[in-house]
Design a protein around this ligand. Structure first.
Ligand code: PHB
Length: 391
């Protein structure tokens, strides 16, 4: 009798375990070092998602396990992704701030039966590296193409391009050049800087010597984007009337106080502004500000993470918590929802997010806070970079 009861209890525990699983999600990002604030924004976005929606899908509970890759380091990223899959048993990989870190982990996905939801890395080609990659952030093609039209409409015809010499920088250079030439403009010189560059004075001299009316630039958002804009101002380029065009990586909200009045008037194109005016964003910012602790630290990686967690929850719902990467990815192809950034869709073919790109201008709001004020909308932008990848 005793044994029968024990067996019944064991069976009950087993069957309840089958109905109420813990679904583990491994998130790789920079949580220490110079880019720690970007990782902190991943976590704030994920925590905001749980604060608003709870961390359960049906009876299954989501558990997030974080791993720190402080700077772009593909070998470390791959090793940690592998450890998450093999030792921790994660069913989903997510996060990935830097392109090389995302790329390095893609070979694991099919063999481990694990989808990857990219919350930042922005090189177009990543989605082509594996059918199990879905992206909820942006690409630099998506964000850098519209600014070319803004430059031309502003009467600029000669531009010098300056980018970090790696995936998203090269994509940004190609995107701007393609769109600007279509508008009848000319890129007079294209400079690619090593990712490690942090003294920008020599570059600013080359910009001056080039005779260009404006600079187009891309660097990964972090301490160096702030340094780059400061160098642009302090080396007298702004004073000389040279215009600055770039995607919004340069004016993330957490950097605006440090730029101060020197940042006023900066025009950038991007998918998300913390000041975006919508009920969905109001709810999000309230929760994410609470999660991050200091609301002034909130910026774009938080929304990629928030939407990424929504996509993962839809995948868990579709698979009933079972590990089935193909079914999970299939379920979110064509998924549309209203993100804090505006209306979005996971493009069923590319698995990349279609979204509005906004032209924003740095202004002071009524409370004296520096914000990216949205002034124009480029609606429903897909990723023009994918056609370029296929060529
Ligand atoms: C990337 O490595 O893909 C990346 C990183 C930071 C950004 C944009 C793209 O701001």
């Amino acid at each position: 009798m005793k044994r029968l009861v024990a067996a019944a209890i064991a069976a009950a525990v087993l069957s309840s375990a089958a109905y109420a699983d813990t679904i583990k999600v491994g998130v790789v990002g920079p949580f220490s070092g110079p880019f720690a604030l970007q990782g902190k924004n991943f976590k704030a976005g994920i925590d905001a998602y749980f604060a608003i929606n709870g961390n359960k899908v049906g009876d299954d509970e989501i558990e997030v396990i974080y791993r720190d890759v402080p700077q772009a380091d593909p070998a470390q990223s791959k090793a940690l992704a592998q450890e998450l899959v093999v030792r921790e048993g994660v069913q989903y990989l997510a996060g990935f701030y830097f392109t090389p870190d995302a790329m390095a982990a893609t070979p694991l996905l099919e063999q481990a039966n694990v989808p990857m939801v990219i919350m930042n890395a922005a090189t177009s080609a990543i989605v082509t590296a594996s059918p199990y990659v879905v992206r909820t952030s942006f690409t630099t093609w998506q964000t850098s193409s519209p600014i070319a039209k803004v430059a031309k409409d502003g009467g600029v015809t000669k531009v010098i391009s300056v980018v970090s010499d790696y995936g998203p920088g090269i994509d940004a250079e190609n995107a701007f050049k393609t769109a600007f030439e279509k508008e009848g403009g000319t890129v007079v010189e294209a400079i690619r800087m090593p990712l490690s560059t942090n003294d920008f004075s020599p570059i600013m001299q080359r910009v001056r010597d080039s005779g260009a009316e404006a600079i187009f630039a891309f660097l990964p958002s972090g301490p160096t984007t702030l340094g780059f804009v400061k160098a642009f101002n302090e080396n007298g380029l702004k004073g000389a009337g040279i215009k600055f065009f770039g995607p919004g990586d340069f004016t993330q909200e957490s950097d605006l106080p440090a730029l101060g009045d020197a940042g006023l008037g900066l025009q950038t194109t991007f998918h998300y502004s913390v000041s975006h005016d919508s009920p969905e964003n109001k709810t999000f910012v309230e929760a994410a500000a609470k999660a991050i602790g200091n609301p002034a630290e909130l910026s774009f990686p938080s929304v990629g993470a928030f939407d990424g967690m929504y996509v993962i929850s839809k995948m868990i719902e579709a698979t009933g918590g079972e590990q089935d990467a193909e079914k999970a990815v299939e379920a979110v192809k064509g998924l549309s929802w209203t993100s804090p950034r505006g209306p979005v869709t996971i493009d069923p073919e590319s698995r990349h997010i279609t979204q509005n790109i906004y032209l924003r201008e740095v202004v002071k709001d009524a409370d004296g806070k520096y914000i990216n004020k949205e002034v124009q909308t480029f609606e429903k932008q897909g990723d023009p970079g994918l056609a370029f990848v296929k060529k």
